[in-house]
Design a protein around this ligand. Structure first.
Ligand code: UTP
Length: 408
């Protein structure tokens, strides 16, 4: 793309301020800015003008959840089916680690965070060790795909190298980077991070499969015969990955996707609740829970929306290309975005000052015909780390690790 084309693209999207310092830039900086303009989707920016109308919801009704007693009664059979699939190389794991982890307040990738007290216990290490349990049980390596972003790719790959992949076989680990999206003020004008660079942030965890396609990882998956992808978040240090019983249950019930869920600890707990929306599987976010939904009960008198998702899903690979081709909904979230002020000085705001534009993995569930919500024991499998202290924090996760006999 040349200067004129970049100018036209900016003008069309009402972003000409991006060229404010262009004449002062070095040749290299000019090239970098033009390349960024070429590669950035600026059309999303105008969406913030009608953000309230973006994602209208359908009719929410309860979904049937496979609960613990049923799982226990069939554990052996499901585990056998799951192990068979894993041994046959049909199951891969996708670690979503492209987020910024801003709430944790560290500039390093979240997985590099050390939750140990008497010894090192890095978040990445906990996850790899959990996966290694299944590798040993199945006596087969499980391909692990790690999504990073422009902001943390180098640091993440270097950390895995430095730590010897925490005992994992590097031949089975593939890194790929997600795309970035522009970050704007409340009027949809993109912020500048440098005189030669627009502010961008990772485009949400919903972009993972498109990015895998872009990086050629999907071709590799197809070559090796992987049929199921267990997608999981970086921050739940207790989660079971490629859990044979969960894999077996999803396969045996003929479900298009499996979703691990936990019993909510309060009707208004800040987790998305699994449900049906217009008859299709979906997730209602905690901030969308009305009084009516919170007090609704099922035939057994139990709360009807009592199971929260924990970002651990098992997708069937063959469905994914079609899902992402349909374009997932866009979420516009208020965030703190560092920017250059009118004098060209960097400002790091203390309060939210604009929008980031994201697609979310949970929206992929609604694109599928069937979903198996699969209950797991909350205190054994759900220890998310979002903050340093308080709810969903390093402190609460340490407590849960101790409860599960994990030495820290
Ligand atoms: P969160 O929604 O908790 O976001 O991500 P975050 O960026 O890690 O943390 P905050 O909100 O800035 O404090 C849930 C999971 O999705 C991944 C994260 O790495 C985490 O595993 N994620 C999030 C991505 O991979 N890419 C993104 O663009 C956003």
């Amino acid at each position: 793309m040349g200067y004129q084309e970049a100018y036209d693209k900016l003008e069309k999207n009402e972003q000409l301020h991006v060229l404010k310092y262009y004449d002062d830039l070095s040749g290299y900086e000019k090239e970098a800015l033009i390349a960024q303009i070429e590669n950035t989707d600026l059309e999303v920016l105008r969406q913030c003008r009608h953000k309230e109308e973006l994602n209208p919801r359908g009719k929410i009704t309860p979904i049937e959840v496979m609960q613990l007693p049923e799982i226990e009664s069939r554990r052996e059979e499901y585990t056998r089916i799951g192990l068979e699939a894993i041994k046959a190389g049909k199951v891969g794991a996708v670690l979503l680690a492209g987020g910024m982890g801003t709430r944790l307040g560290s500039d390093a990738p979240k997985g590099v965070y050390n939750i140990g007290l008497s010894k090192d216990v890095f978040i990445f290490q906990r996850l790899v060790e959990n996966l290694l349990d299944v590798v040993r049980q199945a006596e087969a390596w499980i391909p692990l795909y790690v999504m990073t972003s422009d902001k943390n790719h180098e640091a993440t790959t270097a950390f895995f190298e430095e730590k010897g992949y925490f005992g994992y076989n590097p031949d089975y680990v593939t890194f790929f980077m997600q795309d970035m999206a522009p970050a704007s003020d409340y009027n949809g004008k993109v912020y500048m991070e440098e005189k030669w660079k627009m502010s961008t942030s990772p485009n949400g965890n919903g972009g993972w499969f498109l990015s895998m396609m872009k990086w050629g990882v999907v071709d590799k998956i197809r070559e090796t015969g992987v049929e199921w992808l267990n997608v999981f978040a970086v921050d739940n240090v207790l989660q079971r990955i490629a859990d044979p019983c969960f894999v077996g249950a999803t396969i045996d019930t003929g479900s298009a996707v499996g979703a691990k869920v936990v019993r909510k600890n309060a009707p208004d707990e800040k987790v998305g609740a699994i449900c049906l929306e217009d008859g299709r599987p979906s997730i209602v976010e905690y901030y969308e829970m009305t009084e009516e939904l919170m007090s609704a009960t099922d035939a057994q008198g139990e709360p009807a929306y009592n199971f929260g998702v924990i970002l651990n899903y098992l997708f069937r690979e063959k469905d994914l290309e079609e899902i992402v081709a349909r374009k997932l909904p866009l979420h516009i979230v208020e965030k703190k975005i560092p920017y250059l002020d009118d004098n060209g000085m960097t400002v790091k705001p203390e309060n939210p000052n604009g929008y980031k534009f994201e697609q979310l993995v949970l929206d992929m569930i609604h694109e599928l015909d069937s979903c198996l919500p699969y209950e797991v024991v909350r205190n054994h499998e759900f220890a998310p780390i979002k903050n340093k202290t308080g709810i969903d924090s390093v402190e609460s996760a340490r407590e849960l690790c101790r409860e599960n006999g994990i030495e820290l």
